[in-house]
Design a protein around this ligand. Structure first.
Ligand code: ASP
Ligand code: MG
Length: 239
């Protein structure tokens, strides 16, 4: 089981704001958001040193310096989860050692995963390595991190845990009667995300389609609800 974590809600937006305008208000807000989680999950203490360091040395004209700071969203959320679970059988693995950008192609280093003694791994979405430095996928890229890893491991299934039950016939936040689509083909889900359905990053579907890995969308806030299964379904799509 590989758990790929994206940043805590709103944190990436704030980090990006910081890289445009080094305003301490944004930094303080990021600390506040995480501190709230720390309190909620009752972990003893959380180390913000790296965030502080990248913030202090932030150079608005240097892309690497900005990437380092933005990646802290995922480094912090994955560390929070790892500390919260506090289980010696779960490893926290740096995504830099898993996904590499080689000539603008993403290469997944399966051995980093296989060589872990633990069978449950937490890693960061969105983060990868390019020329030995931290590099980032595009916005919403954790979905793509997940699909790259799922394909490389020939996973049985790829679950995306998000804040809605699945793919809807329309934006459920705007249209009250939007209906959940329970079974959908890779092709149609691809079209919907290309057209702006925000639930999935458009790049994450094709690799799973080619590798025949089913994608299941689940609601983090209620696992018992109906959800969407994306496969190579021949069934008539039940929208
Ligand atoms: N945290 C990143 C973003 O907000 C990646 C992701 O959420 O998938 O774009
Ligand atoms: Mg996301």
């Amino acid at each position: 089981i590989i758990i790929i974590v994206s940043a805590v809600k709103n944190v990436t937006n704030l980090l990006i704001k910081l890289t445009l305008d080094k305003n301490q208000e944004y930094y303080d807000k990021i600390i506040e958001i995480h501190q709230k989680v720390v309190n909620q999950i009752e972990i003893e203490k959380f180390d913000f040193t790296k965030l502080y360091q990248y913030y202090e040395e932030l150079d608005l004209s240097n892309e690497q310096s900005k990437n380092n700071l933005i990646s802290q969203g995922e480094y912090m959320s994955s560390k929070l989860l790892h500390q919260y679970l506090a289980d010696d059988n779960i490893s926290l693995v740096n995504a830099k050692n898993i996904i590499k950008n080689v000539d603008n192609k993403y290469v997944c280093n399966k051995n980093t995963i296989i060589n872990q003694k633990n069978k449950v791994i937490i890693t960061q979405g969105f983060v990868e390595e390019k020329n030995n430095q931290i590099d980032l996928l595009s916005r919403g890229g954790s979905d793509t991190s997940g699909s790259i890893i799922a394909v490389e491991l020939q996973a049985e299934r790829y679950e995306i845990w998000t804040d809605v039950n699945g793919i809807y016939s329309a934006d459920p936040n705007k249209i009250k009667n939007a209906k959940l689509i329970q079974n959908i083909s890779y092709k149609l889900s691809q079209e919907l995300s290309a057209m702006g359905a925000k639930v999935l990053h458009p790049f994450c579907i094709l690799p799973c389609e080619n590798a025949k890995i089913p994608i299941i969308i689940k609601n983090t806030f209620d696992n018992n609800l109906q959800n969407t299964l994306i496969t190579n379904t021949n069934n008539k799509e039940n929208n």
